[in-house]
Design a protein around this ligand. Structure first.
Ligand code: TXA
Ligand code: MG
Length: 336
C-alpha cells in the first residue's frame, strides 16, 4: 500500500475525513502522541488497526471525539465524577473509561463492557476529528511494543506502506500518552499516569484518586500487561542521585565492549563520557522522552537512564509520575 502524506489544508483534511469514512487508517497528531485513527463505528476498519500495529486483540482502543455531546452517544452511564471531569478538565491529555453503549463494538473495547473516551486539546487533532465526522478509535501510531511516535517522521518509520495516510502536523507538546482515568467503578482510579496528575484530579473530585500501581489497588487494566516502549538496545534505570554509581556502571559497560550513553538530568557532569539530557523539568522530560529514546538506540548500544524525582525539586511536577512509568516499562523494571 502506498501511504499518502497529507498537510493541514482544507483539501487534505477533507480527504483524510473521506478515507476514515471509507474504512481506511489515517495517522494524526494529538498533543500527547500521534494516533492511528479508524472509524470507531466500523468493525472492519477497527480490525485493520490491530493488524497494522501488530497489537494483541485483547488490548482495547481509545475512542476520540471533538464534541462533548458525542460522549453521551457512546457511554451509557455518566456519574457525577465523570460529569465534573467532562465539564472542568476536557479537552485535555486525559482519557475517561465509562460503561459503553452498544454502538461501540467488542472489537474496539476488546470485549470489555466499558469504553475509553478522549477529547484531545490539540487544534490539529480536533480539525481532523471534525473532518472525520465519526468517533475515531486510535491507539498510538507505533508498531506494538515500540516507543510512541511524537513526530510524523517517526510515524513514517513504523507505518509507511501499512496505512492509507499520515496527517503531517506539529511535534507533540506533551510527549507521553494521556492519563487513563477509570470512572466506570465506584471509586475513580488512574489506569495509566499522564500529564493530568492524580493530585490535580483528587483536588478536583474531592476524593483521593489512586494509581493502579499503588500497592493496595487491585484493579487490572489490559494495556499494562504488555511490554511497552522498549528501545532496541538494553536499558537500565537509576532512581537515586548517585553520581559515582552511574560512572562506575558506565565504565564497566565500556570495559565489556559497549558504547553506552548516560541519559541524565545534568549531562555536563559526565565529562568524557557520552551523556544526553533527560530534560530541564518533568514536563520537558515528557516532551522529549520517546523522541530521545528512538534517537539513543540508533547511536548507542546501552542506555543508562537516571530519573530522581526529588532531584532539587525539578522532576516533581504533574508529569513526573507519567515519565517514571514510561521509563520503568522501557527498561523492563531493570533498576541499578
Ligand atoms: O494519548 C493517548 O491516549 C494516545 C493518543 C493517540 O490519543 N492514545 C493511546 O492509545 O495511547 P493506546 O492504544 O496506545 O493506549 C490505550 C490505553 C491502553 O493502555 C488500553 O489498555 C487502555 O487505554 N484502555 C482502552 N480502553 C479501555 C477500557 N475500556 N478499560 C480499561 N482500559 C482501557
Ligand atoms: Mg500505545
Amino acid at each position: 500500500m502506498q501511504t499518502e502524506y497529507l498537510q493541514f489544508n482544507k483539501r487534505d483534511l477533507s480527504h483524510a475525513g473521506e478515507l476514515i469514512r471509507a474504512g481506511e487508517l489515517v495517522a494524526f497528531p494529538t498533543e500527547t502522541v500521534y494516533g492511528l485513527g479508524a472509524n470507531a463505528l466500523d468493525e472492519n476498519a477497527v480490525a485493520k488497526t490491530y493488524a497494522a500495529k501488530g497489537r494483541p486483540s485483547d488490548n482495547p482502543l481509545i475512542v476520540h471525539i471533538c464534541d462533548k455531546s458525542q460522549i453521551y452517544d457512546i457511554a451509557s452511564e455518566i456519574n457525577d465524577y465523570a460529569k465534573t471531569v467532562i465539564e472542568r478538565v476536557m479537552p485535555a491529555p486525559i482519557t475517561i473509561v465509562l460503561p459503553k453503549r452498544s454502538v461501540i463494538k467488542d472489537v474496539v473495547t476488546a470485549g470489555l463492557p466499558s469504553v475509553a473516551i478522549r477529547m484531545p486539546q490539540s487544534a490539529e487533532a480536533r480539525q481532523f476529528l471534525r473532518a472525520a465526522a465519526v468517533p475515531v478509535s486510535a491507539p498510538s501510531a507505533n508498531i506494538s511494543g515500540r516507543p510512541s511516535p511524537t513526530t510524523w517522521q517517526r510515524v513514517r518509520e513504523d507505518m509507511d506502506g501499512r496505512i492509507a495516510a499520515v496527517l503531517c502536523g506539529a511535534p507533540c507538546e506533551v510527549g507521553i500518552e494521556s492519563t487513563v482515568l477509570d470512572l466506570s467503578r465506584q471509586e475513580p482510579i488512574i489506569l495509566r499516569p499522564g500529564a493530568v496528575s492524580a493530585e490535580h484530579l483528587s483536588q478536583l473530585l474531592g476524593v483521593q484518586v489512586k494509581l493502579l500501581t499503588d500497592p493496595d489497588s487491585k484493579v487490572n487494566s489490559p494495556g499494562i500487561r504488555y511490554k511497552h516502549y522498549a528501545p532496541k538496545v538494553p536499558m537500565v534505570l537509576a532512581l537515586d542521585d548517585d553520581f559515582d554509581k552511574l560512572c562506575a556502571f558506565y565504565d564497566q559497560k565500556v570495559a565489556e565492549g559497549y558504547n553506552p550513553v548516560l541519559w541524565a538530568h545534568d549531562p555536563l557532569r559526565f565529562v568524557g563520557r557520552n551523556a544526553v539530557s533527560m530534560g530541564l523539568d518533568d514536563g520537558d522530560a515528557a516532551t522529549k522522552l520517546f523522541e530521545t529514546m528512538r534517537m539513543l538506540e540508533t547511536k548507542y548500544d546501552f542506555i543508562i537512564a537516571e530519573f530522581c524525582q526529588s532531584k532539587n525539586g525539578i522532576y516533581d511536577g504533574p508529569a513526573s509520575r507519567g515519565v517514571l512509568d514510561r521509563l520503568l516499562r522501557a527498561c523492563g523494571h531493570n533498576l541499578i
